[in-house]
Design a protein around this ligand. Structure first.
Ligand SMILES: Cc1cc2nc3c(=O)[nH]c(=O)nc-3n(C[C@H](O)[C@H](O)[C@H](O)COP(=O)(O)OP(=O)(O)OC[C@H]3O[C@@H](n4cnc5c(N)ncnc54)[C@H](O)[C@@H]3O)c2cc1C
Ligand SMILES: Cc1cc2nc3c(=O)[nH]c(=O)nc-3n(C[C@H](O)[C@H](O)[C@H](O)COP(=O)(O)O)c2cc1C
Length: 581
């Protein structure tokens, strides 16, 4: 059947999917024949058969397209596409981004322009969702969607009117509880690789503000697993046992209960639930599948209130789901980072009424988290090394907030098994160029992989700028760097921001203090500059520092020209970034 509306989404942390889910539900209520899918599962050639497509895409990295968009991006950006090839198509774009980034929402903006240049009729201006807004991305997306539906109603003849708001849609899955002899688990075809922990040690002293761990994983049993320097491992975490137990008790679920689940609605597959086995037990489902530790997104509240039979709880939850209730929801949930389990604990009567069939519509699947591989396969053929900062921080809530994956990793011990997949990183590393690497904090992880690989390949001219707080607390791999220095494989420059309380000193200060190296490597010898680590202020500071060095070493170059030169270096991958928040 031809889609009246196709929703294609691409993101990294679930926001695009959440917007897609809300749009899809609204389309269903309107009686539109619609389909929503990750753009990674869509063949661009099928666009020829579509009439109306809504693209929802975030920007990630330093202005990069998210992984699920990459294949489609390459195809749609091809220069030889005829400039009327999408003239049959009505389209709209929602870009999701964060205006604190230098390249704000560039992916949505570029996609919008590209669709236009290929002849697509853009039915509305681009929507720009911004994390920086107090009310989050919905602040601009909600009013935009109202206009969007008005346009859609003009374009597509509707068979049904809008359903009353409190009519609940059909569940996407059917869950049948099974007796023992009906439970026939298929042997699942592994979708992921597995490894086992060799060692897992804390590398910062217990007095240090942050727990950082060095973890070695054995991949002996995965002979086909190959990674390159700069690659990233995706770790598939599991929920904490105490939280699994609380969740089961809140929903009155017996952890050993077995069931069979079948997808009923094939028009929207949640990214996190797309490889769901048919036969499951509750304990496995809650431990490995449902992301109960994540902060709930808007679609969670949009569904939860409908199950409530308790007037007070229903009213409050309904308010959180409404447009008017977004400030309240922000204060209750998003600002303090209250998670799904905690919300359910606050609304116990409602939690106990959640039907099994709706669990997959309500709670997203657990997302794997990315970590840069910190080892070279040439040096450690059967191992993956990681340097992991354990995410723990305070909000106004009594218990500290903890990141699921880094805390899951932190408690693993020798011999524990772990699920993982390998993904290409952002860095394209030239084989023999001289390299300058700037990697403060755990940003040094990918550089350990590169430095080891180049040591094995005997490639010289490696410079590392490393920064951390204290020389005696979080200077990672100090002994290794010193050994490589002694073998003339590496030059290391360090910036310890808190060693001297009177003067903070960061990697960009150290680079300026050693500007002759930057001049020599980047300007004279055409080497590549790689920057990795926190995406907050650091990449901009390092970039500005390079610009300053360019201006200082050539007094005929002004600010604008230096900016152009840096852009050119970025475009030809002489400056590359792998940054994360
Ligand atoms: C390509 C890539 C490579 C990476 N490499 C590494 C690496 O080598 N080592 C490493 O340690 N990390 C690395 N990361 C980052 C890592 O993936 C994230 O930190 C990840 O979110 C940790 O997972 P988690 O489940 O523990 O935390 P999550 O549950 O995902 O929570 C992390 C989120 O918590 C929030 N948060 C964290 N700290 C605070 C705070 N102080 N205040 C308010 N909110 C906060 C932020 O929204 C953050 O996105 C990398 C990320 C990418 C994309
Ligand atoms: C590692 C990382 C890098 C990001 N880089 C950018 C960026 O360069 N520009 C931007 O506008 N937003 C950036 N963002 C913000 C995201 O686009 C924003 O959070 C969006 O809502 C995420 O949607 P998603 O969950 O669908 O990926 C970044 C977010 C993260 C976590």
């Amino acid at each position: 059947m031809v889609n009246q509306l196709l929703i294609l989404y691409a993101g990294e942390t679930g926001n695009s999917e959440d917007v897609a889910r809300m749009v899809y539900r609204a389309a269903k209520k309107l009686g539109l024949q619609s389909k929503a899918m990750s753009i990674s599962d869509y063949q661009m050639s099928q666009l020829i058969d579509e009439t109306l497509v809504l693209f929802i895409c975030s920007t990630t990295g330093q202005g990069n397209e998210p992984t699920p968009l990459k294949r489609f991006w390459t195809l749609i950006m091809r220069k030889n596409l005829p400039n009327d090839c999408l003239s049959h198509l009505n389209a709209a774009v929602i870009g999701l981004g964060d205006s604190s980034y230098m390249l704000y929402n560039v992916v949505g903006k570029k996609l919008f322009k590209r669709l236009q240049s290929l002849g697509a009729k853009m039915i509305l201006d681009l929507a720009l969702g911004d994390d920086q807004h107090d009310l989050g991305l919905w602040a601009s997306v909600t009013p935009w969607l109202q206009e969007f539906w008005d346009k859609v109603k003009q374009l597509v003849p509707l068979t049904k009117g809008l359903n009353p708001d409190d009519i609940i849609f059909e569940p996407s899955y059917q869950v049948d509880v099974l007796g023992c002899n009906e439970y026939k688990p298929d042997i699942p075809k592994p979708q992921v690789n597995s490894g086992s922990i060799i060692c897992n040690e804390r590398v910062t002293p217990s007095s240090h503000f942050q727990e950082v761990r060095f973890i070695k994983i054995c991949i002996n049993n995965e002979p086909d697993l190959i990674y390159q320097p700069g690659d990233v491992v995706l770790i598939h975490p599991k929920n904490f046992p105490d939280e699994v137990a609380i969740f089961c008790s809140l929903l009155n679920l017996n952890p050993s209960m077995k069931f069979r689940c079948r997808q009923l609605d094939m028009n929207f597959t949640e990214y996190g639930h797309n490889n769901l086995p048919e036969f499951l037990d509750v304990h496995t489902l809650v431990t490995q599948q449902l992301d109960i530790h994540s902060v709930p997104k808007r679609s969670f509240f949009d569904l939860l209130w409908r199950f409530s039979e308790d007037d007070l709880e229903r009213e409050k939850l309904r308010e959180f789901a409404s447009t008017e209730g977004q400030q309240e929801l922000y204060n209750y949930c998003h600002k303090p980072k209250r998670n799904i389990l905690e919300v359910l604990q606050d609304f116990p009567h409602t939690a106990s009424k959640i039907p099994l069939n709706y669990l997959f519509d309500l709670i997203p699947g657990i997302r794997p988290r990315a970590f840069s591989i910190a080892s070279s396969m040439k040096m450690y053929p059967n191992e993956i090394h990681l340097l992991v900062a354990v995410v723990k921080f305070k909000t106004k809530l009594r218990s500290p907030r903890t990141g699921l994956c880094s805390n899951y990793l932190a408690q693993l011990v020798k011999g524990d098994s772990i699920n993982l997949t390998i993904r290409r990183g952002e860095f394209k590393i030239p084989h023999s160029d001289p390299l300058i690497m700037v990697g403060p904090g755990t940003g040094v992880a990918p550089f350990r992989s590169i430095i080891q690989e180049r040591f094995m390949d005997k490639i010289p001219d490696n410079v590392l700028f490393f920064g951390c707080r204290f020389s005696n607390a979080d200077y990672y791999f100090k002994d290794e760097w010193e050994e490589y220095q002694s073998k003339s494989h590496l030059q290391v420059f360090t910036a310890f921001s808190r060693d001297n309380p009177a003067k903070k000193w960061y990697v960009q200060d150290e680079m300026l203090a050693n500007r002759s190296i930057i001049e020599d490597f980047i300007i004279k010898r055409g080497s590549t500059l790689l920057i990795a680590g926190s995406s907050n202020q650091m990449p901009d500071d390092v970039r500005n520092c390079v610009k300053k060095i360019i201006i200082d070493c050539n007094n005929q170059i002004g600010e604008d020209e230096a900016e152009k030169l840096v852009c050119k270096l970025e475009a030809c991958r002489k400056i590359q970034y792998e940054c994360w928040s």
